[in-house]
Design a protein around this ligand. Structure first.
Ligand SMILES: Cc1cc2nc3c(=O)[nH]c(=O)nc-3n(C[C@H](O)[C@H](O)[C@H](O)COP(=O)(O)O)c2cc1C
Length: 376
Protein backbone atom coordinates (compact mmCIF):
# COMPACT_ATOMS: atom_id res chain seq x y z
CA UNK A 1 0.00 0.00 0.00
CA UNK A 2 1.47 3.35 -0.97
CA UNK A 3 1.28 6.40 1.22
CA UNK A 4 -1.01 8.02 -1.37
CA UNK A 5 -3.63 5.27 -0.83
CA UNK A 6 -4.04 6.63 2.69
CA UNK A 7 -4.40 10.21 1.49
CA UNK A 8 -7.92 11.61 1.74
CA UNK A 9 -7.49 15.38 1.50
CA UNK A 10 -5.11 18.04 0.21
CA UNK A 11 -4.19 18.64 3.86
CA UNK A 12 -2.91 15.04 3.97
CA UNK A 13 -0.72 15.80 0.94
CA UNK A 14 0.51 18.92 2.70
CA UNK A 15 1.49 16.82 5.72
CA UNK A 16 3.45 14.42 3.50
CA UNK A 17 5.09 17.37 1.74
CA UNK A 18 6.15 18.71 5.11
CA UNK A 19 7.73 15.38 5.98
CA UNK A 20 9.56 15.08 2.64
CA UNK A 21 10.85 18.61 2.00
CA UNK A 22 13.70 20.29 3.85
CA UNK A 23 12.11 22.90 6.09
CA UNK A 24 13.33 25.95 4.08
CA UNK A 25 11.84 24.48 0.88
CA UNK A 26 8.55 23.53 2.55
CA UNK A 27 8.34 27.04 3.99
CA UNK A 28 9.06 28.52 0.56
CA UNK A 29 5.92 26.92 -0.89
CA UNK A 30 3.76 26.91 2.25
CA UNK A 31 4.64 30.31 3.68
CA UNK A 32 3.52 33.77 2.61
CA UNK A 33 4.14 37.46 3.29
CA UNK A 34 4.62 39.08 6.69
CA UNK A 35 2.15 37.70 9.27
CA UNK A 36 0.43 35.45 6.69
CA UNK A 37 -2.98 36.90 7.55
CA UNK A 38 -4.15 36.81 3.93
CA UNK A 39 -2.79 33.29 3.36
CA UNK A 40 -4.96 32.07 6.23
CA UNK A 41 -7.96 34.25 5.33
CA UNK A 42 -8.04 32.83 1.79
CA UNK A 43 -8.64 29.34 3.22
CA UNK A 44 -10.76 30.33 6.22
CA UNK A 45 -13.22 32.35 4.15
CA UNK A 46 -13.79 29.38 1.82
CA UNK A 47 -14.36 27.23 4.91
CA UNK A 48 -17.05 29.58 6.23
CA UNK A 49 -19.34 29.09 3.21
CA UNK A 50 -22.04 26.44 3.61
CA UNK A 51 -24.01 24.51 0.99
CA UNK A 52 -27.78 23.95 0.86
CA UNK A 53 -27.96 20.19 0.71
CA UNK A 54 -30.72 18.89 -1.62
CA UNK A 55 -32.47 15.49 -1.82
CA UNK A 56 -34.38 13.37 -4.31
CA UNK A 57 -33.10 15.15 -7.38
CA UNK A 58 -32.09 12.94 -10.32
CA UNK A 59 -28.31 13.39 -10.41
CA UNK A 60 -27.56 10.05 -12.05
CA UNK A 61 -25.84 11.72 -15.00
CA UNK A 62 -23.31 14.34 -13.99
CA UNK A 63 -20.97 16.56 -15.96
CA UNK A 64 -18.07 18.53 -14.48
CA UNK A 65 -16.52 19.52 -17.79
CA UNK A 66 -16.44 23.12 -18.90
CA UNK A 67 -14.78 25.63 -21.20
CA UNK A 68 -12.27 28.08 -19.73
CA UNK A 69 -11.27 31.01 -21.94
CA UNK A 70 -12.07 28.91 -24.97
CA UNK A 71 -10.20 25.81 -23.70
CA UNK A 72 -12.05 22.61 -22.95
CA UNK A 73 -11.34 21.27 -19.48
CA UNK A 74 -12.58 18.17 -17.68
CA UNK A 75 -13.38 20.30 -14.60
CA UNK A 76 -13.24 23.98 -13.65
CA UNK A 77 -9.60 23.89 -12.59
CA UNK A 78 -6.28 25.08 -14.01
CA UNK A 79 -2.76 24.60 -12.67
CA UNK A 80 -1.62 28.01 -11.41
CA UNK A 81 1.82 29.38 -12.34
CA UNK A 82 4.33 28.74 -9.57
CA UNK A 83 7.82 30.13 -10.15
CA UNK A 84 10.56 27.72 -9.05
CA UNK A 85 7.77 25.24 -8.25
CA UNK A 86 9.90 22.62 -9.98
CA UNK A 87 12.11 22.60 -6.90
CA UNK A 88 9.51 20.43 -5.13
CA UNK A 89 10.65 17.33 -7.01
CA UNK A 90 14.13 16.93 -8.56
CA UNK A 91 14.02 20.48 -9.95
CA UNK A 92 11.85 18.94 -12.65
CA UNK A 93 8.51 19.48 -10.97
CA UNK A 94 6.95 21.73 -13.60
CA UNK A 95 7.32 18.97 -16.19
CA UNK A 96 5.74 16.42 -13.83
CA UNK A 97 2.86 18.73 -12.92
CA UNK A 98 2.29 19.50 -16.60
CA UNK A 99 2.04 15.78 -17.39
CA UNK A 100 -0.44 15.23 -14.56
CA UNK A 101 -2.54 18.18 -15.76
CA UNK A 102 -2.52 16.83 -19.31
CA UNK A 103 -3.61 13.37 -18.11
CA UNK A 104 -6.38 14.96 -16.02
CA UNK A 105 -7.38 17.02 -19.05
CA UNK A 106 -7.10 20.44 -17.41
CA UNK A 107 -4.94 23.40 -18.54
CA UNK A 108 -1.42 23.83 -17.17
CA UNK A 109 0.13 27.28 -16.70
CA UNK A 110 3.89 27.59 -16.87
CA UNK A 111 5.37 30.48 -14.87
CA UNK A 112 7.84 32.77 -16.59
CA UNK A 113 10.04 32.23 -13.51
CA UNK A 114 9.96 28.43 -13.78
CA UNK A 115 12.94 26.10 -13.82
CA UNK A 116 11.60 24.21 -16.88
CA UNK A 117 11.58 26.08 -20.18
CA UNK A 118 8.61 26.66 -22.44
CA UNK A 119 10.21 24.33 -24.98
CA UNK A 120 10.51 21.50 -22.44
CA UNK A 121 6.88 21.83 -21.41
CA UNK A 122 5.75 22.00 -25.03
CA UNK A 123 7.64 18.83 -25.78
CA UNK A 124 5.82 17.10 -22.89
CA UNK A 125 2.24 18.27 -23.34
CA UNK A 126 1.94 20.54 -26.41
CA UNK A 127 0.29 23.94 -25.96
CA UNK A 128 0.07 25.26 -22.39
CA UNK A 129 -0.90 28.56 -20.76
CA UNK A 130 2.04 30.90 -20.21
CA UNK A 131 2.36 33.39 -17.37
CA UNK A 132 4.30 36.64 -17.63
CA UNK A 133 4.71 39.98 -15.94
CA UNK A 134 5.23 43.33 -17.60
CA UNK A 135 8.99 43.76 -17.87
CA UNK A 136 11.08 46.92 -18.01
CA UNK A 137 12.91 45.66 -21.10
CA UNK A 138 10.22 45.43 -23.79
CA UNK A 139 12.55 43.57 -26.18
CA UNK A 140 13.02 40.87 -23.54
CA UNK A 141 9.24 40.68 -23.26
CA UNK A 142 8.79 40.46 -27.01
CA UNK A 143 11.33 37.63 -27.16
CA UNK A 144 9.40 35.59 -24.59
CA UNK A 145 6.07 36.42 -26.20
CA UNK A 146 7.16 35.37 -29.66
CA UNK A 147 8.28 32.00 -28.24
CA UNK A 148 4.91 31.59 -26.53
CA UNK A 149 3.17 32.44 -29.80
CA UNK A 150 5.29 29.93 -31.72
CA UNK A 151 4.22 27.27 -29.19
CA UNK A 152 0.56 28.18 -29.74
CA UNK A 153 -0.06 29.04 -26.09
CA UNK A 154 -3.77 29.86 -26.16
CA UNK A 155 -3.78 31.98 -22.99
CA UNK A 156 -1.31 34.52 -21.66
CA UNK A 157 -1.66 34.97 -17.91
CA UNK A 158 -0.49 38.46 -16.96
CA UNK A 159 0.40 38.66 -13.29
CA UNK A 160 -0.06 42.17 -11.87
CA UNK A 161 0.62 41.65 -8.17
CA UNK A 162 4.36 42.37 -8.19
CA UNK A 163 4.61 46.18 -7.97
CA UNK A 164 6.54 45.56 -4.72
CA UNK A 165 7.59 42.40 -2.92
CA UNK A 166 5.97 41.07 0.21
CA UNK A 167 8.58 39.83 2.66
CA UNK A 168 8.32 36.07 3.01
CA UNK A 169 8.78 35.96 6.75
CA UNK A 170 9.57 32.24 7.00
CA UNK A 171 12.24 32.56 4.29
CA UNK A 172 13.88 35.38 6.27
CA UNK A 173 14.00 33.15 9.36
CA UNK A 174 15.40 30.28 7.27
CA UNK A 175 18.03 32.55 5.62
CA UNK A 176 16.51 31.48 2.30
CA UNK A 177 16.26 34.91 0.67
CA UNK A 178 18.03 35.27 -2.70
CA UNK A 179 20.83 34.35 -2.70
CA UNK A 180 20.27 31.74 0.06
CA UNK A 181 22.83 31.66 2.89
CA UNK A 182 24.21 28.37 4.11
CA UNK A 183 24.04 28.37 7.89
CA UNK A 184 24.55 25.46 10.31
CA UNK A 185 20.80 25.37 10.76
CA UNK A 186 20.06 25.14 7.02
CA UNK A 187 22.69 22.40 6.66
CA UNK A 188 20.97 20.53 9.47
CA UNK A 189 17.52 21.06 7.88
CA UNK A 190 18.72 19.74 4.50
CA UNK A 191 20.70 16.84 5.95
CA UNK A 192 17.46 15.44 7.42
CA UNK A 193 15.91 15.02 3.94
CA UNK A 194 18.51 13.04 1.94
CA UNK A 195 16.05 11.86 -0.74
CA UNK A 196 15.11 15.43 -1.63
CA UNK A 197 18.79 16.49 -1.52
CA UNK A 198 19.82 13.61 -3.83
CA UNK A 199 17.10 14.48 -6.37
CA UNK A 200 18.13 18.15 -6.14
CA UNK A 201 21.79 17.50 -6.91
CA UNK A 202 20.99 15.03 -9.70
CA UNK A 203 18.45 17.45 -11.22
CA UNK A 204 18.98 20.47 -13.41
CA UNK A 205 20.39 23.75 -12.10
CA UNK A 206 17.86 25.95 -10.34
CA UNK A 207 17.61 29.00 -12.57
CA UNK A 208 15.00 30.95 -14.52
CA UNK A 209 15.79 28.93 -17.60
CA UNK A 210 13.26 30.67 -19.87
CA UNK A 211 15.79 33.51 -19.86
CA UNK A 212 18.67 31.37 -21.16
CA UNK A 213 20.32 33.23 -24.03
CA UNK A 214 18.28 36.38 -23.27
CA UNK A 215 20.16 37.60 -20.19
CA UNK A 216 23.75 37.15 -19.07
CA UNK A 217 22.91 34.62 -16.37
CA UNK A 218 19.48 32.97 -15.96
CA UNK A 219 20.65 31.97 -12.48
CA UNK A 220 20.86 35.63 -11.46
CA UNK A 221 17.46 35.61 -9.78
CA UNK A 222 17.79 39.16 -8.43
CA UNK A 223 18.52 40.63 -11.87
CA UNK A 224 15.58 38.87 -13.52
CA UNK A 225 13.09 39.65 -10.75
CA UNK A 226 14.39 43.25 -10.98
CA UNK A 227 13.16 43.30 -14.58
CA UNK A 228 9.54 43.25 -13.42
CA UNK A 229 8.23 46.73 -14.18
CA UNK A 230 6.65 48.49 -11.21
CA UNK A 231 6.04 51.59 -13.32
CA UNK A 232 3.64 49.63 -15.54
CA UNK A 233 0.06 50.88 -15.93
CA UNK A 234 -3.13 49.78 -17.72
CA UNK A 235 -1.68 51.38 -20.90
CA UNK A 236 0.88 48.56 -20.96
CA UNK A 237 -1.95 46.05 -21.01
CA UNK A 238 -3.23 47.77 -24.17
CA UNK A 239 0.23 47.38 -25.68
CA UNK A 240 0.28 43.69 -24.76
CA UNK A 241 -3.19 43.30 -26.25
CA UNK A 242 -1.87 44.71 -29.53
CA UNK A 243 0.90 42.09 -29.82
CA UNK A 244 -0.72 38.99 -28.25
CA UNK A 245 -3.08 37.10 -30.58
CA UNK A 246 -4.63 34.75 -27.98
CA UNK A 247 -6.61 35.30 -24.82
CA UNK A 248 -5.27 37.41 -21.94
CA UNK A 249 -6.09 36.60 -18.33
CA UNK A 250 -5.08 39.33 -15.86
CA UNK A 251 -4.14 37.58 -12.63
CA UNK A 252 -4.14 39.62 -9.45
CA UNK A 253 -7.47 41.47 -9.36
CA UNK A 254 -8.91 42.13 -5.91
CA UNK A 255 -11.73 44.65 -6.50
CA UNK A 256 -14.47 45.50 -9.00
CA UNK A 257 -12.75 48.71 -10.11
CA UNK A 258 -9.59 46.91 -11.28
CA UNK A 259 -11.67 44.17 -12.90
CA UNK A 260 -13.49 46.79 -14.95
CA UNK A 261 -10.19 48.47 -15.92
CA UNK A 262 -8.65 45.13 -16.95
CA UNK A 263 -11.56 44.33 -19.26
CA UNK A 264 -11.66 47.86 -20.70
CA UNK A 265 -7.93 47.68 -21.50
CA UNK A 266 -8.16 44.40 -23.37
CA UNK A 267 -8.27 41.45 -20.97
CA UNK A 268 -10.52 38.50 -21.84
CA UNK A 269 -10.77 37.55 -18.21
CA UNK A 270 -9.38 38.17 -14.76
CA UNK A 271 -8.27 35.96 -11.94
CA UNK A 272 -9.25 37.20 -8.51
CA UNK A 273 -5.94 36.80 -6.74
CA UNK A 274 -3.77 38.20 -3.96
CA UNK A 275 -0.87 36.00 -5.07
CA UNK A 276 -1.72 33.43 -2.44
CA UNK A 277 -1.08 35.94 0.35
CA UNK A 278 2.53 36.30 -0.81
CA UNK A 279 2.29 40.03 -1.40
CA UNK A 280 -0.12 42.41 0.37
CA UNK A 281 -0.69 40.93 3.80
CA UNK A 282 -4.18 41.77 5.06
CA UNK A 283 -5.47 42.02 1.49
CA UNK A 284 -9.06 40.79 1.30
CA UNK A 285 -9.41 37.05 0.83
CA UNK A 286 -10.15 36.12 -2.77
CA UNK A 287 -13.49 34.36 -2.19
CA UNK A 288 -14.75 37.37 -0.18
CA UNK A 289 -14.24 39.75 -3.12
CA UNK A 290 -15.23 37.33 -5.90
CA UNK A 291 -18.91 38.48 -6.03
CA UNK A 292 -17.78 42.12 -6.25
CA UNK A 293 -15.37 41.33 -9.09
CA UNK A 294 -18.05 39.33 -10.95
CA UNK A 295 -20.27 42.43 -10.74
CA UNK A 296 -17.39 44.63 -12.01
CA UNK A 297 -16.80 42.39 -15.03
CA UNK A 298 -20.55 42.25 -15.65
CA UNK A 299 -20.44 39.44 -18.20
CA UNK A 300 -17.85 41.14 -20.43
CA UNK A 301 -15.19 38.55 -19.65
CA UNK A 302 -14.51 35.49 -17.54
CA UNK A 303 -13.69 35.56 -13.85
CA UNK A 304 -11.35 32.96 -12.40
CA UNK A 305 -10.04 32.82 -8.85
CA UNK A 306 -6.95 31.61 -7.05
CA UNK A 307 -6.01 31.64 -3.40
CA UNK A 308 -7.05 29.16 -0.76
CA UNK A 309 -8.57 26.53 -3.07
CA UNK A 310 -7.91 23.27 -1.23
CA UNK A 311 -10.85 21.05 -2.18
CA UNK A 312 -13.52 20.28 -4.72
CA UNK A 313 -15.97 21.92 -2.32
CA UNK A 314 -13.96 25.15 -2.67
CA UNK A 315 -14.15 24.86 -6.46
CA UNK A 316 -17.93 24.47 -6.28
CA UNK A 317 -18.24 27.43 -3.90
CA UNK A 318 -16.23 29.59 -6.33
CA UNK A 319 -18.37 28.45 -9.28
CA UNK A 320 -21.52 29.18 -7.27
CA UNK A 321 -20.28 32.75 -6.87
CA UNK A 322 -19.73 33.12 -10.61
CA UNK A 323 -16.17 31.91 -11.24
CA UNK A 324 -15.48 30.00 -14.46
CA UNK A 325 -12.68 28.05 -12.80
CA UNK A 326 -10.09 28.00 -10.02
CA UNK A 327 -6.33 28.17 -10.41
CA UNK A 328 -4.62 25.63 -8.15
CA UNK A 329 -1.41 26.89 -6.55
CA UNK A 330 -0.37 25.21 -3.29
CA UNK A 331 -3.16 22.70 -3.89
CA UNK A 332 -1.03 21.10 -6.61
CA UNK A 333 2.40 21.91 -5.14
CA UNK A 334 1.69 19.83 -2.01
CA UNK A 335 0.94 16.84 -4.25
CA UNK A 336 4.09 17.48 -6.28
CA UNK A 337 6.25 17.65 -3.16
CA UNK A 338 4.57 14.56 -1.71
CA UNK A 339 5.11 12.28 -4.67
CA UNK A 340 6.06 13.98 -7.95
CA UNK A 341 3.72 13.39 -10.89
CA UNK A 342 1.53 10.84 -9.11
CA UNK A 343 1.19 13.23 -6.20
CA UNK A 344 -0.23 15.92 -8.50
CA UNK A 345 -2.50 13.31 -10.08
CA UNK A 346 -3.68 12.39 -6.59
CA UNK A 347 -4.39 16.04 -5.72
CA UNK A 348 -6.45 16.45 -8.88
CA UNK A 349 -8.31 13.16 -8.32
CA UNK A 350 -9.19 14.17 -4.76
CA UNK A 351 -10.53 17.52 -5.86
CA UNK A 352 -12.46 15.98 -8.77
CA UNK A 353 -14.09 13.43 -6.45
CA UNK A 354 -15.00 16.09 -3.89
CA UNK A 355 -16.40 18.33 -6.61
CA UNK A 356 -18.45 15.50 -8.09
CA UNK A 357 -19.97 14.46 -4.76
CA UNK A 358 -20.69 18.05 -3.72
CA UNK A 359 -22.30 18.80 -7.09
CA UNK A 360 -24.61 15.78 -6.70
CA UNK A 361 -25.53 16.54 -3.09
CA UNK A 362 -26.40 20.14 -3.88
CA UNK A 363 -28.79 18.81 -6.51
CA UNK A 364 -26.83 19.65 -9.64
CA UNK A 365 -26.13 17.49 -12.69
CA UNK A 366 -24.01 20.08 -14.51
CA UNK A 367 -21.31 22.20 -12.96
CA UNK A 368 -22.46 25.02 -15.24
CA UNK A 369 -25.74 25.15 -13.23
CA UNK A 370 -23.90 26.24 -10.05
CA UNK A 371 -25.21 29.51 -8.63
CA UNK A 372 -25.74 31.07 -5.21
CA UNK A 373 -28.94 28.96 -5.05
CA UNK A 374 -26.77 26.08 -3.79
CA UNK A 375 -25.40 28.14 -0.89
CA UNK A 376 -26.99 28.86 2.47
C1 LIG B 1 5.96 28.78 -4.43
C2 LIG B 1 5.04 29.68 -5.19
C3 LIG B 1 5.49 30.31 -6.32
C4 LIG B 1 4.62 31.14 -7.05
N1 LIG B 1 5.07 31.75 -8.19
C5 LIG B 1 4.22 32.47 -8.96
C6 LIG B 1 4.63 33.01 -10.21
O1 LIG B 1 5.77 32.84 -10.63
N2 LIG B 1 3.72 33.71 -10.92
C7 LIG B 1 2.43 33.91 -10.48
O2 LIG B 1 1.64 34.53 -11.17
N3 LIG B 1 2.02 33.40 -9.30
C8 LIG B 1 2.87 32.68 -8.54
N4 LIG B 1 2.44 32.14 -7.36
C9 LIG B 1 1.05 32.36 -6.94
C10 LIG B 1 0.13 31.25 -7.46
O3 LIG B 1 0.05 31.23 -8.85
C11 LIG B 1 -1.26 31.42 -6.89
O4 LIG B 1 -1.71 32.72 -7.17
C12 LIG B 1 -1.31 31.20 -5.39
O5 LIG B 1 -0.47 30.13 -5.04
C13 LIG B 1 -2.73 30.92 -4.95
O6 LIG B 1 -2.82 30.72 -3.56
P1 LIG B 1 -2.88 29.26 -2.91
O7 LIG B 1 -1.67 28.54 -3.38
O8 LIG B 1 -2.85 29.50 -1.44
O9 LIG B 1 -4.13 28.62 -3.39
C14 LIG B 1 3.29 31.33 -6.62
C15 LIG B 1 2.84 30.68 -5.47
C16 LIG B 1 3.70 29.87 -4.75
C17 LIG B 1 3.18 29.18 -3.53
Amino acid sequence: MSILDRTATIQDLRNIAQRKLPRPIFDFIDGAAFQEITLRANCEDFDKIRFRQRSLVDVSKRNLSTTILGQKSSMPAVISPCGLGGICWGNDGEKLAARAAKAADIPFTLAMLSIATMEQIHEEIGPFWFQMCLLKDKELMRALISRAISMECPVLVLTVTWAAYGLQSRSVRNAMMFPPKITPRTLWDFSKKPAWVARHFLGKRVAFNNFEGLVKDPGDLDYIVGQIDNAATWKDLEWLRSIWPGKILVKGINCAEDARLAIEHGADGVSVSNHGGNQLDSAASTISVLPDVVRGVDGRGEVLIDGGVRSGQDILKACAHGATACLLGRGHLYGLAASGEIGVTKALELMRYELDVSTALTGLSEISEASTEILV
